[in-house]
Unconditional design. Structure first.
Length: 601
């Protein structure tokens, strides 16, 4: 700006020309964040009065800021929180994003405004990275929070009894501590994008007057939060990978059909780390869709509206709507047309409803309870397809522009009909070599190899839980990491179900994998699982932990992961000469130090 224009601006302002010159010179040397801080600081001085004393910078940071805290098991809560950070900053709000795993719980007493975005895991449990904060605000150590304003987004699945329970917990406990809700809690089902968009707009409108008194708008909006050279592809804009291979890796007589899937990411710019997941968008089986349409005596070519887009009924059912997993929303909508006392009664008993849904796909409910409804009514009662997440079974240090998955084909007979899983059937049976699969990377910073390659690791991965540990070992071999590696693997039979057997044998031979402990449950009269093998090797497991080992678990959340954790607690109690409570505290400290990490589903 020229001196002449400086003078013009100064004449039209409340500043003298020297004041304007000094202010302009200062502003030109500041970045956007510093400008925001200075504007809030000056606003605070104005409120304090003309004779206010200048406070040193270290003491002047109490301006209102929105802290977005997320607790995420699969990445959904992190995604919602990250998107809102960009919205908030674009609206000129002073905001920051923090993973609950990296947040010091006592810091909550210094916050002015908090948005909690948290998923619910398992039977109403907090996700791993939210456990410490969740426990703290529910304990006697929690401080009074009379000066805190908060809002909560809970993510969950309405098929479960304790839907969005962790979000409800946070709301109640913060309120009990004196914090004031900014708006009503949002409980999100698996198809949450539209609901989140409406709710976050309302949140911004409510919170903006509270924050802008101490934070000036960021001119031109905030730049998107990125990590390095991010790819343009995401969950909402997936990349069309091509299928390289789908190979069955269980034996002919196995009770399981497990596939090794290879996809090409060439020209995508997508990168991933061991521990990340691949999101897969799938389409429904056209034969199943045809059967469903015939059962309801509808016309496949009739046009319907889905998310404000017009398409044929067949296209909507194949490409956009969830049919292989049943859910309460459909039962509620369909019961009105079926006039069924059974379906109406089920809605009053959540446990019975969950059991009913677990055994049936949408087409089973239609077969069992015939009804007359229109194509649009059917579509309105269904929810959108949600992508399935698979733990990545490869390291880019080894496979470069490929990504590998270990996928169990869901295939079974029920109610007199064959059934196939949505995504697993799509990847294993319907997609042919060279055909496209829409994918995106779901980063998981809560399931990472230790930064120090000399650190020992213990990996527990029965069944398809082996996937990320294949990636771990490829990465450690590529890095020539010197830390010891111990794998616990289990499946039904040695001869039929030893996944990637030759690879593990080569890793042992090359001294990359120091120990492998196997649990084949059906190879003897008494079933033996990975938790039994852990107990048998308890003394050495504890020695590895005392040497600084990181402990990883991947696989079934409902039973295996809980049994493994109990075994680990018992091992620490027995071989560490600790009480049960002390052993639980030991495991809790491992978790806080990110030395005990789980990728469970």
């Amino acid at each position: 700006m020229s001196q002449q224009s400086d003078a013009v601006v100064a004449q039209g302002s409340m500043l003298s020309e020297p004041q304007w010159s000094a202010l302009n010179q200062l502003a030109g040397s500041l970045n956007a964040q510093q400008l925001t801080w200075v504007s809030g600081y000056l606003a605070g001085l104005a409120q304090a009065g003309q004779g206010a004393t200048v406070v040193p910078q270290a003491q002047s940071t109490a301006q209102a800021t929105l802290t977005i805290l997320y607790g995420s098991q699969t990445g959904n809560a992190k995604g919602v929180a990250s998107e809102y950070l960009q919205q908030a900053q674009a609206a000129g709000l002073q905001a920051k994003l923090v993973n609950m795993a990296d947040y010091k719980p006592r810091q909550i007493k210094s916050e002015t405004h908090v948005l909690v975005v948290v998923s619910t895991h398992g039977e109403g449990d907090a996700p791993d990275d939210a456990i410490e904060l969740h426990e703290f605000i529910g304990s006697k150590k929690a401080p009074k929070l009379d000066n805190l304003h908060f809002a909560v987004i809970g993510l969950g699945d309405s098929s479960y009894e304790f839907f969005c329970q962790t979000g409800k917990d946070f709301e109640k406990r913060l309120s009990d501590l004196g914090a004031k809700p900014i708006c009503d809690r949002l409980d999100c089902d698996v198809d949450y994008d539209d609901a989140v968009a409406v709710w976050t707009k309302q949140l911004t409108d409510l919170i903006q007057p509270q924050l802008t008194a101490s934070a000036a708008p960021v001119l031109g909006g905030a730049a998107p939060v990125t990590a390095g050279a991010a790819s343009q592809y995401s969950k909402k804009n997936p990349f069309s990978a091509s299928l390289i291979e789908s190979l069955k890796i269980t034996g002919r007589d196995s009770v399981k059909d497990i596939r090794h899937i290879e996809l090409s990411l060439e020209d995508s710019g997508l990168t991933y780390q061991p521990g990340d997941a691949l999101g897969v968008w799938f389409t429904n089986d056209p034969d199943m869709v045809s059967d469903l349409i015939q059962l309801l005596a509808l016309d496949a070519s009739e046009e319907v509206s889905v998310s404000n887009q017009t398409q044929t009924l067949a296209t909507a059912l194949i490409e956009h709507l969830e049919l292989t997993q049943s859910y309460p929303k459909f039962v509620e909508a369909y019961a009105a047309f079926a006039g069924s006392d059974v379906l109406n009664a089920l809605q009053e008993d959540k446990a019975a409803l969950r059991a009913f849904l677990a055994e049936r796909q949408i087409i089973d409910i239609v077969r069992e309870f015939p009804a007359k409804l229109s194509a649009q009514q059917l579509v309105d009662g269904l929810r959108g397809i949600t992508p399935r997440l698979y733990s990545i079974a490869s390291s880019q240090a080894e496979v470069e522009d490929e990504v590998h998955l270990t996928v169990a084909l869901v295939e079974y007979d029920a109610h007199g009909q064959p059934h196939t899983g949505g995504a697993s059937g799509f990847l294993s049976k319907r997609v042919q070599e060279g055909e496209p699969v829409k994918v995106f990377i779901e980063h998981n910073d809560n399931f990472r190899l230790p930064q120090n390659g000399d650190t020992p690791v213990i990996m527990v991965g029965p069944g398809t839980g082996i996937a990320p540990f294949r990636a771990f070992m490829q990465e450690r071999q590529a890095q020539d990491a010197q830390g010891k590696n111990w794998l616990f693997f289990g499946n039904p039979n040695f001869t039929q179900d030893f996944l990637y057997q030759t690879e593990w044998q080569s890793l042992v031979k090359d001294k990359v994998l120091d120990k492998i402990t196997l649990a084949f449950s059906r190879d003897q009269a008494e079933k033996i699982y990975v938790q039994h093998r852990l107990r048998q090797h308890g003394k050495e497991v504890f020695e590895w932990l005392e040497q600084g080992a990181h402990f990883y678990v991947c696989g079934d959340a409902d039973r295996m992961a809980k049994d493994v954790e109990q075994a680990l607690i018992d091992i620490v109690a027995e071989h560490g000469a600790k009480s049960q409570q002390q052993a639980e505290e030991y495991i809790s400290e491992l978790r806080k130090a990110k030395r005990y990490q789980k990728d469970v589903y």
